[in-house]
Design a protein around this ligand. Structure first.
Ligand code: AMP
Length: 420
């Protein structure tokens, strides 16, 4: 160990576990790539004001969890705590919404940062794959995103996850509900901080995990009873499309999510094997966000799935991903001359598109064969002085154990043939 360790709340991805992370990113993005979503990448930091306005001044993410910094030039920046605000900012800046092809469908993958209290499944640096469909109000788009996330989790072999669904109403009906909820909450016996929350973000009080708070909330007014006809019809259509697609979901009135920008459809994916940090992904519709950050009216919907927690969910379910070995051929030279010759063969194989590795460091046969085994290679090439004198290399099939001498000049072609 060195003098240094990974900062609190972070961890390193190292082989072999890192291969699972790559496979999870690939599996989550595959259904998006097949459904018209284009790849977008934005900076790891943004102007702090983007998140304050976009995510919401009253949210935990903005008030407590953001890593902010002032540059030498005096700019106020924040490490990105989430992806949606940045992606929408970038789409607007590039005028993607003006290309006459709405919705603009984008997917992304990257690192996010939140100064949270670390615990199992909750880190200060984590990884998300996300999708945003910008500029269209259509319940089929909300349904598409939920169906694609369900497909992604299933393709990984996950089964013990549930989809929670809710509607938060829109700018017509939500304010009416908000007021009704506020006057109900003001009469309750609550601490100072919660009282403050009633005034800035009353819906979040419904999310309070404490039993003494929950007990008082049984008769709280229900958002469902306040949804306007347009929101009700929209939500019914999302539900019908999911049902028709065979995607099971649970209606969850309490699902308000921790970001201010959501309107109408909100959803969360929870996994039952993860303990308290059970949300593996979440998202929803954000019809007002574009205007909140100074853009035009662009109703949009999106989600972000956590890669770290998806890997934990796989481990909780005991799912082993079928990850093919990365090396097909492993070369073991015995002696100086063989080292030069086999290194040449390895280079030739690689240029021909065959994954090959080499026993570096002039190790003995036994140690080198152990590495060959560990590499998962289907074939090993072994050559010593006598082989070279005869112009051959020994080609061993690691599955059957069969070994045969192959002319050196034909080794690469023979391997290409055998590996198909
Ligand atoms: P959110 O935007 O908070 O709903 O986050 C979306 C997903 O990102 C969550 O469902 C988690 O899987 C993941 N996530 C959020 N915060 C963290 C964190 N601090 N550590 C690990 N994963 C996280």
């Amino acid at each position: 160990m060195s003098t240094f360790q990974a900062p609190k709340g972070t961890y390193d991805l190292t082989p072999p576990r890192s291969a699972t992370f790559l496979a999870v990113r690939e599996a989550i993005s595959a259904p998006l790539r097949d459904s018209g979503y284009g790849y977008i990448e934005t900076p790891g930091f943004e102007n702090v004001e983007l998140f304050a306005r976009g995510v919401g001044e009253s949210t935990d993410i903005v008030t407590k969890e953001m890593y902010t910094l002032t540059t030498k030039g005096g700019s106020q920046l924040a490490l990105r705590p989430e992806g949606t605000a940045s992606v929408l900012r970038a789409a607007l800046e590039a005028n993607l919404h003006k290309a006459g092809n709405l919705p603009v469908k984008l997917w992304y993958s990257g690192s996010y940062y939140r100064y949270e209290r670390p615990q199992a499944g909750r880190y200060r640096h984590f990884s998300q794959v996300g999708a945003e469909a910008i500029g269209t109000e259509d319940p089929a788009l909300d349904a598409e995103l939920i169906i694609l996330a369900d497909q992604a989790y299933r393709s990984l072999g996950l089964r013990q996850f549930r989809i929670l669904l809710n509607s938060l109403g829109d700018k017509e009906c939500r304010p009416v509900y908000r007021e009704a909820l506020q006057s109900f909450l003001r009469d309750l016996d609550l601490d100072e901080e919660t009282r403050r929350r009633i005034e800035i973000n009353p819906l979040r009080v419904l999310d309070d995990k404490r039993a003494d708070v929950q007990k008082q909330l049984t008769d709280a007014p229900k958002l469902r009873d306040y949804l306007c006809d347009a929101c009700k019809a929209y939500h019914e259509e999302v539900r019908a499309l999911l049902t028709a697609a065979g995607v099971a979901f649970e209606d969850d009135e309490k699902l308000v999510r921790g970001l201010d920008y959501y309107t109408r459809t909100t959803f969360e994916f929870v996994h039952d094997g993860l303990g308290s940090q059970s949300a593996v992904g979440g998202g929803g519709r954000y019809d007002g966000l574009s205007e909140m950050i100074g853009g035009p009216v662009l109703p949009s919907v999106g989600w972000a799935l956590g890669v770290d927690r998806t890997v934990l969910a796989l481990e909780a379910e005991g799912v082993e991903l079928d990850l093919p070995a990365t090396t097909s051929v492993y070369a073991v030279p015995l002696g100086e001359e063989a080292r030069r010759v086999l290194f040449g063969v390895v280079t030739e194989l690689r240029r021909a598109g065959i994954a090959a590795d080499f026993a570096f460091g002039g190790r003995g046969l036994k140690g080198a064969m152990k590495s060959a085994n560990r590499s998962g290679a289907r074939y090993t090439l072994v050559a010593g002085e006598r082989d070279l004198a005869e112009g051959v290399v020994q080609l061993k099939d690691m599955e059957s154990g069969e070994q045969s001498a192959v002319p050196l000049t034909e080794a690469a072609a023979e391997l290409a043939k055998r590996l198909g």
